[in-house]
Design a protein around this ligand. Structure first.
Ligand code: 5GP
Ligand code: MG
Ligand code: MG
Length: 182
């Protein structure tokens, strides 16, 4: 495996492990949406890398759209405030919507998004999360139908995930050294 970036404490998911996860999720989604022509929505910017990989692992007809929301700003803690920065270009009424997300932490961002999209009357709406953060005694506000992996309660970067817009280009998922943001 390639050397980790000096700001990375440890690698949680290697490129090879990510490939396997994505292939497995693509199969699950293809099986469930074979005749549903899903609209797969990625939440910018973190989910872009996962979206690019998982959409190529989905072998049934589908289309894509993108949304941008802002919840964490540049920091590492949730502000609890979600702002729509870019809305969908596609009408979702009657469509089978699948939201692709990079990471589910509190789930507050997605819970807000789900309610907002639900009001537009899609036929169905589900979530595919690349990783879910495990926090003892806490359940996320939404339950993803597809989960790539669970990660510990630490701040992770890479594979699309940033700290202050950095590290999105790392090909693996790793824990950021706390000294970088403390
Ligand atoms: P939630 O609303 O589920 O608490 O958090 C949603 C968003 O916060 C994620 O989509 C992601 O952008 C950001 N986030 C949460 N935990 C982490 C983390 O460990 N690392 C990074 N880079 N972003 C995170
Ligand atoms: Mg995100
Ligand atoms: Mg971010």
């Amino acid at each position: 495996m390639a050397e980790a970036h000096p700001d990375i404490e440890s690698i949680l998911l290697s490129e090879e492990e990510i490939k396997e996860i994505v292939a497995r999720m693509g199969k699950e989604i293809t099986r469930d949406y074979a005749d549903k022509n899903p609209l797969v929505i990625a939440v910018l910017r973190g989910a872009v890398v996962f979206m690019a990989d998982v959409m190529r692992a989905i072998t049934c007809p589908m289309s894509v759209d993108f949304m941008a929301v802002s919840s964490y700003a540049d920091g590492v803690k949730s502000s609890g405030v979600v702002r729509i920065v870019k809305d969908l270009d596609t009408k979702i009424e009657g469509r089978n919507v699948l939201i692709v997300e990079d990471i589910l932490d509190s789930g507050l961002t997605l819970s807000y998004l789900m309610r907002m999209l639900q009001s537009r009357n899609p036929a169905s709406i589900e979530i595919a999360a690349f990783v879910v953060k495990d926090i003892e005694g806490k359940k996320p506000a939404v339950e993803p139908r597809y989960v790539g992996a669970h990660v510990p309660n630490a701040f992770v970067v890479g594979y699309g995930l940033d700290y202050a817009e950095r590290y999105r280009n790392l090909p693996y998922l790793g824990i950021l050294k706390p000294s970088v943001y403390e």
